[in-house]
Design a protein around this ligand. Structure first.
Ligand SMILES: Nc1ncnc2c1ncn2[C@@H]1O[C@H](COP(=O)(O)OP(=O)(O)OP(=O)(O)O)[C@@H](O)[C@H]1O
Ligand SMILES: [Mg+2]
Length: 260
């Protein structure tokens, strides 16, 4: 094939990718703190996209704008073709049931058992699941995905940090989301547990064909899981590329992320 044909074929195949999340020119300030200053990115169907940024750079703010937990000052946000700010409460809620959000930390309800934690989103999104009499099979299926079916009747206080994170992932999976947003999935975990969580994320993506947006400052996590990366620097999408491309960059702002 001629080089020119090859290139246009590559461009065609890029155009055919279906965006599931689009963020354009997002701005958000808290008083004088201009956190997001025109951040843009696209998540395509089925991909693992990693957004890396320093602590305090606005990664969590960005993800919260996306699910309507924080109101942005300006910018375009759409999820699966629906522009967030045009949605009424009910439509936003329905859309949220298609988005799994693994919060920073595990955010399990401490006063509820593992089972009750998993039942919680099912009750909230009844419309999506229909009338389910017995939640046990779904709860156990979700827990089996993370290898923790045996913890169903335990309290969060009886679990290790890594187990809590896995239960939180199971809780996210219970609604069979099309998109999963991971906010620092490995933070606070030791390297071996981190690796287990990363492998689990990979398995989930393969099994359910989900698209994943992974927020992290864990370079190892990014190396293993990312197909594409976006670096968030000074409120903007500073650079985008594969791990291999970015890790070879000689731009000091990019190098800073990869220095150990
Ligand atoms: N609700 C809020 N009110 C005021 N300021 C906020 C609020 N939420 C976040 N911020 C500020 O926005 C900035 C970005 O916060 P954010 O939590 O998005 O950082 P991050 O990139 O997720 O950091 P980390 O890696 O530590 O999680 C910080 O300066 C923070 O203090
Ligand atoms: Mg954060």
């Amino acid at each position: 094939m001629e080089k020119q044909d090859y290139i246009s074929e590559q461009i065609d195949s890029l155009d055919q990718r279906e965006p599931v999340i689009e963020i354009r020119d997002l701005h958000k300030s808290f008083g004088d703190n201009h956190v997001l200053n025109g951040f843009s990115m696209t998540l395509y169907k089925g991909e693992n996209l990693v957004v890396m940024g320093k602590s305090g750079s606005g990664k969590s703010v960005m993800i919260k704008c996306l699910v309507g937990l924080i109101q942005p000052d300006s910018g375009f946000l759409s999820v699966m073709g629906k522009e967030i700010k045009t949605l009424d409460r009910k439509t936003l809620d329905a859309l949220r049931s298609d988005i799994g959000f693994l919060f920073q930390g595990s955010a399990l309800y401490d006063s509820m058992t593992v089972r009750e934690n998993l039942e919680f989103p099912m009750r909230r999104h009844k419309e999506k699941l229909g009338n389910i009499r017995d939640t046990t099979p779904l709860v156990l299926e979700a827990l089996e995905n993370v290898g923790l079916a045996h913890t169903v009747d335990l309290m969060p206080s009886e679990l290790s940090g890594g187990m809590k994170r896995r239960v939180a992932l199971a809780r996210t999976l219970i609604l069979k989301p099309k998109i999963i947003l991971y906010d620092e999935p490995t933070s606070g975990l030791d390297p071996i547990t981190s690796k287990e969580i990363i492998q689990l994320m990979g398995r989930v993506q393969k099994k359910y064909g989900t698209s994943s947006l992974i927020i992290t400052h864990d370079v190892d996590c990014a190396r293993v899981i990312s197909e594409r990366m976006v670096l968030l620097v000074e409120g903007k999408n500073y650079i985008e590329g594969s791990y291999t491309e970015l890790s070879k960059s000689t731009d000091p702002k990019v190098e800073a992320f990869f220095k150990k």
